[in-house]
Design a protein around this ligand. Structure first.
Ligand code: 5AD
Ligand code: SF4
Length: 440
């Protein structure tokens, strides 16, 4: 191990990719690679890609084009493509962009060290299998390396729901839950390294059903309750969930598990039952609203977040209006909205598409409503006391920033030794992207 080779990882897309990038950097760390912040001067560049919406693959090709001069300047530079575009495009990537040395799909990161050996022999490496084994189990870990106060932990991957717009069941494959013991070990390990808040990740995280330590399967609520017993772990979050997997025990945990934060990302996608059916969501708008009522009964101050798609094939103005109505009724602390993007290989891509100008217009109207709701929810925090886990220095001298239990960014005047600690803060001001507060 020389420790002198430089690795640059660029991550696109979701938090699961962020987690995967960290694991890949750790795996390559054992090969003597040290992570750097810029591609210039790197010995290896890894693009961890996303395929969820429009032109994702095109973005990867243009990024590869931008890397060309670096490769010309340094013929020993290795270039790899990982993630969902790698899975979806496979060999096509190497065909279109011959300077790519390595293509690795999201399920085979544990084979990276072997693939690197092939690269060392001047060969190319491609692996987009869906193997049986746990891709994280084999990755070497540097157990001493300090971590920041927050971390992601992937507990479940893949999806069996097959919403008609979504590539995830194809790129990430069938739903697989990691065993409980392994997750508890990883969580304890993170806490020992300084982590205070863990966000449990999965494409369908509340469908978690991992093997328990004494046989049998555990659901997400049981995993959360058990993890909550880890000393030094102060906060637990989870994302992303499907309404149909919000089981009673998980709803109850929002009311009685102190370490589970009052924030829930629960996408509904549309407020129109006709469109929900065409999306193969298997729930109605009314069912979603009743579910939210039950979760709020367990945790009245819950901050809710969601995802919406506008311009789905067949969406009329009346369907879109139903989405606006649902947003108005639910009241989101934050929400993400996207224009429908046909994904090759998914059922909805074959259907007649909504006029793009109309879809743009709907997106703007929905975003205006969401932004005003978000603004109002954030402004309403002024005068309230929140608890903040401080994560890093702020932009101004003497500032530290962190997140409230509701996931607002909050900054205060305070010492850097607050970082990694939770403190009570009185909110005094609501800015464009964050709250300002005073330490109590
Ligand atoms: N077009 C637009 N948005 C999509 N999403 C998933 N697939 C598509 C698509 N084909 C959105 C959904 C999902 C989020 C992660 O991305 O809202 O919840
Ligand atoms: Fe995609 Fe989520 Fe639907 Fe699964 S539940 S198909 S990940 S949108």
């Amino acid at each position: 191990m020389t420790g002198t080779k430089k690795l640059y990882v660029k991550t696109y897309g979701c938090q699961m990719n962020v987690y995967d990038s960290e694991r890949m950097a750790e795996a390559l760390g054992a090969d003597g690679y040290e992570q750097v912040d810029t591609p210039e001067g790197a010995d290896m560049i890894l693009l961890n890609t996303c395929h969820i919406r429009e032109k994702a693959a095109e973005k990867v090709y243009s990024e590869l084009g931008r890397l060309k001069p670096l490769r010309e300047a340094n013929p020993d530079l290795k270039i790899g493509v990982a993630g969902c575009v790698a899975q979806a495009e496979g060999e096509e990537i190497m065909r279109r962009q011959p300077m790519v040395d390595l293509v690795v799909g999201p399920q085979t990161y544990h084979r990276l060290p072997k693939m690197m050996e092939a690269l060392g022999r001047g060969e190319k490496a491609l692996d987009t299998d869906f193997p049986e084994e746990d891709k994280f189990a084999h990755l070497p870990k540097d157990r001493r390396a300090k971590r920041g106060p927050t971390a992601f932990l992937t507990v479940q991957e893949g999806c069996d729901k097959f919403c008609s717009f979504c590539v995830v069941p194809y790129t990430r494959g069938a739903e697989v839950s990691r065993p409980v013991e392994r997750l508890l070990r990883e969580a304890r390990d993170l806490v020992e390294r300084g982590v205070r808040e863990i966000t449990l990740l999965g494409q369908n995280v509340n469908a978690y059903h991992g093997a328990g330590p004494e046989g049998g399967e555990w659901g997400l609520a049981r995993l959360i309750r058990t993890m909550a017993a880890i000393d030094g772990l102060e906060r637990i979050r989870f994302t992303t969930s499907h309404p149909n997997d919000m089981e009673d025990d998980l709803i109850a945990a929002h009311g009685d598990c102190d370490k589970l934060m009052p924030y829930l990302h629960l996408p509904v996608q549309s407020g129109s039952d006709r469109i929900l059916k065409a999306m193969n969501r298997k729930h109605t708008a009314g069912g979603y609203i009743r579910l939210i009522e039950r979760i709020r009964a367990a945790r009245p101050d819950l901050a809710l977040s969601g995802d919406f798609i506008v311009g789905f094939p067949g969406e009329t103005e009346a369907d879109f209006q139903a989405t606006l109505d649902l947003v108005a009724e639910v009241g989101y602390a934050s929400a993400y909205s996207f224009k429908y993007s046909p994904r090759p290989g998914t059922p909805a891509a074959e259907r007649a598409q909504v006029d793009p100008a109309e879809a743009d217009d709907r997106l703007q109207r929905l975003q205006a409503l969401i932004t005003s709701q978000q603004r109002a929810a954030q402004d309403a925090m002024v005068g309230r006391r929140v608890s903040v886990l401080f994560e890093k220095p702020g932009r101004m001298p003497g500032q530290v920033v962190g997140k409230s239990e509701y996931l607002h960014a909050v900054h205060v005047q305070g010492d850097a030794d607050l970082i990694g600690r939770i403190a009570a803060v009185d909110v005094v001001e609501s800015g464009p992207n964050s709250l300002a507060g005073l330490l109590v």
